[in-house]
Design a protein around this ligand. Structure first.
Ligand SMILES: Nc1ncnc2c1ncn2[C@@H]1O[C@H](COP(=O)(O)OP(=O)(O)OP(=O)(O)O)[C@@H](O)[C@H]1O
Ligand SMILES: [Mg+2]
Length: 337
């Protein structure tokens, strides 16, 4: 892989988990492009399939899950869905830096952070281990930690927030040009969270990365992402430039998400939770629109036909009501012309 920010093209990705009710999709027919050099945010409620999608970028979905269809083309690596064994191990870490969700719990309890850093370096054939340690200290320092002390510490000596920053350091330290951060700031207070997001943005710009940030917190993506994709029930229901999507959400689910956040609506009285609950693998509708049970705009067609994403400039929305309304305005405008 070159030293350039890679582009990523996810096409028709479907990932299933084996359950007592058979194999059920957690991600279904997802198509998403990460433009080289961009920060893309994926947002959605718990269980919408965000982590499953993130793991697919590393071909790291574990049994009882498997990628059942589609492709994930990463510039310089090809379709990672076809990568196996050693090729895959090398791609992870060196080409794709990642922070798994709950990274604060994924350190080895028996080894110091520094020892784990050296293991990581060795396993990826890094010759200059001193340089690697220097780099790690510098990244930790930027995130407000005493690098030398953290490298000398075991997991139990660090707070959840400190471990989360160690996770981010480990994702960045090998200089991968594609970085995937799954809930990178959940264990952090608001101020630390804002600082970490600033650093993610800075490092992203300095190194020319392609970055994917996964979060249930729309405030996080609002601060960091250029482009935003909204997931519900394993489907991507809306995507577009972050400002446009947040400023003028089109999908009823995106609207509901935004209205539920007082920080964004600016008025706590106007904030109201989206009624109902997100579906599970078992309750998600097998046909028709996945969101219809909670939707204000539900029409008959929503019960039987799953809406395809329809593009309008840089924006995509998968909603019968929104797309038929905009189609009829287009037709009406044409008729008047
Ligand atoms: N190992 C597994 N076995 C069975 N089902 C699973 C497994 N892992 C995830 N799932 C199911 O797949 C769906 C998507 O899960 P996923 O973890 O990708 O969602 P998420 O959007 O990351 O949620 P969260 O915000 O809670 O992290 C959920 O319904 C979840 O219960
Ligand atoms: Mg998750």
């Amino acid at each position: 892989m070159s030293n350039q920010a890679p582009g990523v093209r996810i096409d028709g990705l479907t990932v299933v988990y084996k359950t007592p009710a058979g194999e059920l999709p957690a991600v279904r027919g997802v198509t998403l492009t990460l433009e080289p050099g961009s920060i893309t945010g994926i947002v959605g409620e718990s269980g919408s399939g965000k982590s499953t999608l993130a793991l697919s970028l590393l071909n790291a979905v574990q049994p009882p899950g498997r990628i059942a269809g589609g492709s994930v083309e990463i510039d310089g690596l090809g379709d990672v869905v076809g990568l196996r064994g050693e090729e895959l191990r090398k791609a992870r870490g060196k080409h794709i830096g990642y922070v798994f969700q709950a990274a604060q719990n994924s350190l080895n309890p028996l080894k110091t952070v520094g020892k784990q850093l050296l293991d990581l370096g060795r396993s990826h054939g890094v010759d200059d281990l001193r340089g690697l340690v220097r780099e790690a200290k510098e990244l930790l320092g930027r995130m407000g930690l005493d690098g030398a002390r953290v490298l000398d510490s075991h997991q139990h000596e660090l707070s959840g927030g400190m471990r989360q920053r160690v996770g981010i350091m480990l994702a960045l330290v090998l200089n991968a040009h594609l970085v995937v951060l799954d809930e990178p700031t959940t264990a952090l207070d608001m101020i630390t969270q804002a600082n970490i997001l600033r650093i993610v943005r800075e490092v992203h710009a300095e190194r020319g990365l392609t970055t994917l940030v996964i979060t249930h917190d729309i405030g996080v993506v609002a601060e960091v992402a250029d482009r935003l994709a909204v997931m519900y029930g394993g489907r991507l229901v809306e995507q577009g430039p972050t400002r446009e999507v947040l400023g003028a959400p089109r999908h009823p689910y995106t609207r509901g998400l935004i209205q539920a956040i007082p920080r964004l609506t600016g008025d706590i009285d106007e904030a109201r939770a989206l009624p109902g609950r997100p579906p599970t693998l078992v309750t998600v509708p097998k046909e028709g629109c996945v969101f219809r049970e909670r939707c204000e705009l539900r029409m008959d067609v929503c019960d039987t036909v799953d809406p395809e994403p329809v593009a309008d400039g840089p924006r995509l929305v998968a909603c019968h009501a929104v797309n038929s309304a905009s189609a009829s305005t287009t037709v009406a405008t044409k008729e008047h012309a």
